[in-house]
Design a protein. Structure first.
Length: 285
């Protein structure tokens, strides 16, 4: 008797409510801790509490729901690539980071003149992943932040959005519809929605092409690591007192222009090599 593919079961019905519940719940928990804490904590500790509550809980929930419905994590991770192409994946991560930088300027640069308060609140204030306080560079919080951003976050997001949701929806509809829907949901959880949407599409394309979830997890790890190192480099070059403002963002318009120019030829080659087609076989089928 042929076994039932676990992704033909209504898995997404459980995952999306879990995502919403944890997102709202972690925010409520953080608010409760802030309002009722009798011990003064620096602002970055609250940020760390939020990340280390939300993402590990989400990761464990996704794995538990998947296993409860019969999803094999080993099969979901896909084939083992040997030798593993770390240099190639690093190059793809650099390309995607340049693409993300271009999308930021395409989205926020015009808005910075029309709605400067919105861009400041939505983008500028939430930009840096590096913690700096009046005392300087707090080592332990930055180590914990680096570990979370470069490991826990990419593993959780790739397992949820590409591993589970994309695969489930691709079985229900088609690869293209699933790619768009899962990438859109992924984008809604990020500040740069345009860049995150494109990033999600790229991850889907590579996942389907390589049939390896580990591949896109490594790319995501490299991508987040590049972002962290960018923040450390700015800190090293400009010092602890450096403040990235809306005016700084507007003065660096040339950075967006260079990113767009560099992005175009790479994007055309990328689309030609990785754009998914409906006749491709899903990694988990």
């Amino acid at each position: 008797m042929q076994s039932i593919n676990p992704f033909n079961r209504p898995l997404a019905r459980f995952l999306i409510p879990t995502l919403i519940l944890l997102y709202v719940g972690s925010d409520y928990l953080l608010t409760y801790i802030i309002d009722h804490s009798t011990t003064y904590l620096k602002w970055y500790w609250y940020s760390l509490i939020d990340m280390y509550v939300f993402y590990p809980t989400l990761l464990l929930s996704v794995i538990w729901i998947g296993r409860s419905t019969g999803v094999s994590i080993r099969q979901l991770m896909g084939k083992t690539i040997s030798p593993f192409p770390y240099p190639t994946l690093l190059g793809q991560s650099i390309f995607l980071y340049i693409l993300a930088l271009a999308s930021i300027y395409i989205t926020f640069y015009p808005l910075s003149f029309i709605r400067p308060d919105f861009v400041t609140e939505w983008y500028i204030n939430g930009l840096s992943n590096v913690y700096v306080s009046e005392e300087g560079f707090p080592l332990l919080p930055n180590i914990l932040n680096f570990i979370g951003v470069t490991t826990i976050v990419p593993i959780t997001e790739e397992l949820l959005f590409r591993g589970y949701l994309f695969t489930r929806w691709a079985h229900c509809w088609s690869i293209r519809k699933a790619a768009v829907l899962s990438s859109l949901l992924f984008a809604l959880l990020h500040v740069d929605m345009l860049g995150s949407f494109i990033f999600g599409l790229a991850m889907v394309a590579i996942y389907v092409k390589t049939r390896s979830l580990l591949t896109i997890i490594v790319i995501h790890v490299f991508f987040n690591t590049i972002g962290m190192c960018w923040g450390y480099a700015e800190l090293y070059l400009y010092g602890y007192d450096y403040e990235y403002t809306l005016e700084t963002f507007q003065r660096e318009w040339w950075l967006g222009l260079v990113s767009i120019i560099l992005m175009v030829p790479w994007a055309l080659k990328y689309i030609k090599s990785y754009i998914p087609k409906n006749h491709w076989i899903l990694p988990y089928h």
